[in-house]
Design a protein around this ligand. Structure first.
Ligand code: FAS
Ligand code: PHB
Length: 389
């Protein structure tokens, strides 16, 4: 088989890149380890930055998002002293879109089907070859046979546990990481959201987040120790703990119900540099991971896709490879800005097992500044809605 761009990974990064390249007349093949149903069953991000919304519309997959998504002009933060709102619209003139990653992936699959995209599911033993040469190729196993795809470029969109990043030698790569000493226990429930906008809670018992997918589907998280296992948490135990951590005006009227999804996700900040090596380009979680506190994971994947698809169009359609040479440095500038914001939100809103009373006082002072200082709110708002591409 031959293609112009071989894409490893059929998550949001891979599917969105394939969609944009195919619409530009560039041939792609997507290799995905899991089944389509498995990919579509994943429950992950819920908040889209304006840049991501614009890119999805540009890719021709914005129609259902515009019908069913909800624009949020602000978010709420609660502390021991009560709850306050940061008004994005007022502070930076922009909003965010609440529309689940599950729906984005579904829309992308539907659009890719309409374009006749070549997406090969349940592949195994994917290997990248000759990525620093002029004729890279990919091999993979499926149905007991080994297949080869010759290509001009390879996009590594295969997430944190993929094969693309390790293809770049340790002698070339530098990884930067901070692992947080807690996880997020997340629950999805067919209940009305507890509030109109998201509520991020800093509580002595730990962080909590009240989010949503639509008027009948809510998404909640509580900070839990890394030693916790999801089996330890009954639905009732989760609701009781969530109620303790949310402000009374949100917790008291909150509708509870059976968890239709319940899982614990670890939190880390991670960046791998460089994001390109020869004709291999890393995209999204394959290159970086953020703690979900700042709602940046999916949104960073989108800005990577934006930069790479522009550079590949110039290289493939116009023979101009200058932008390709700058993909990594250009993407990393925005990655590190989002890395800082996600680290800041995580440090601000969580209780760390080893934090001192001084640390606690600093956290409270920072939250107090955020409550009354316009410039502090402007900085948070600009980062939360998404810095320019
Ligand atoms: P993905 O990991 O989504 O996709 C990579 C794809 O590559 C997968 O489908 C995988 O099966 C495939 N793959 C892996 N290895 C392969 C191989 N060798 N061959 C072929 N295919 C291979 N972000 C937020 O903004 N907010 C959140 O609340 C949030 N919650 C999250 C919860 C969890 C449990 C996780 C894991 C992530 C969460 N994220 C969240 C981050 C998440 O949304 C990612 O940023 C987003 O999925 C990134 O998309 P991709 O880069 O496509 O990576
Ligand atoms: C979600 O709705 O899943 C969500 C929203 C905001 C975050 C993290 C997760 O910061």
């Amino acid at each position: 088989m031959r293609t112009q761009v071989a894409i490893i990974g059929g998550g949001p990064s891979g599917l969105l890149l394939s969609q944009l390249l195919m619409r530009a007349g560039i041939d792609t093949v997507v290799l995905e380890r899991q089944s389509r149903d498995y990919v579509l069953a994943r429950i992950r991000a819920g908040v889209l930055e304006q840049g991501c919304v614009d890119l999805l519309r540009k890719a021709g997959v914005g129609a259902r998002m515009d019908r069913e998504g909800h624009s949020h002009d602000g978010t709420n933060l609660s502390t021991a002293h009560g709850m306050f709102r940061v008004n994005f619209k007022e502070r930076c003139g922009q909003s965010v879109m609440v529309y689940g990653q599950t729906e984005v992936t579904q829309d992308l699959y539907q659009a890719q089907d309409a374009l006749g995209a070549r997406i090969v599911h349940q592949v195994a033993n994917v290997e990248l070859h000759d990525v620093t040469g002029d004729h890279p190729f990919v091999t993979y196993d499926k149905d007991g046979q080994t297949h080869r795809i010759d290509c001009d470029y390879i996009a590594g969109c295969d997430g944190f546990h993929g094969v693309s990043r390790p293809t770049i030698p340790d002698t070339v790569r530098q990884d930067f990481e901070r692992v947080y000493p807690f996880g997020w226990l997340g629950v999805l429930s067919r209940t009305a959201p507890a509030a109109e906008e998201l509520v991020y809670a800093n509580h002595p018992r730990g962080f909590a987040l009240a989010s949503m997918r639509n008027a009948h589907l809510s998404r909640y998280y509580i900070q839990v120790p890394l030693s916790d296992r999801v089996e330890q948490w009954s639905d009732q135990a989760f609701w009781d703990e969530l109620r303790r951590r949310l402000p009374a005006e949100v917790a008291d009227p909150m509708e509870t119900g059976p968890a239709i999804e319940k899982s614990i996700a670890p939190l880390r900040s991670f960046v791998s540099e460089p994001m390109q090596w020869g004709r291999l380009f890393l995209v999204g979680d394959a290159a970086h991971i953020v703690p979900p506190t700042g709602a940046k994971g999916l949104n960073l994947a989108a800005s990577d896709v934006h930069y790479l698809h522009e550079a590949l169009r110039a290289a493939v359609l116009d023979g101009d490879r200058a932008a390709l040479g700058q993909y990594g440095p250009r993407a990393l500038t925005r990655v590190w800005a989002a890395m800082r914001f996600s680290w800041w939100m995580t440090t601000l809103m969580h209780r760390f097992p080893d934090q001192t009373e001084f640390d606690q006082k600093i956290q409270e002072a920072e939250l107090h500044q955020l409550e009354w200082m316009v410039s502090a709110q402007e900085t948070m708002a600009r980062n939360y809605v998404g810095l320019p591409y």
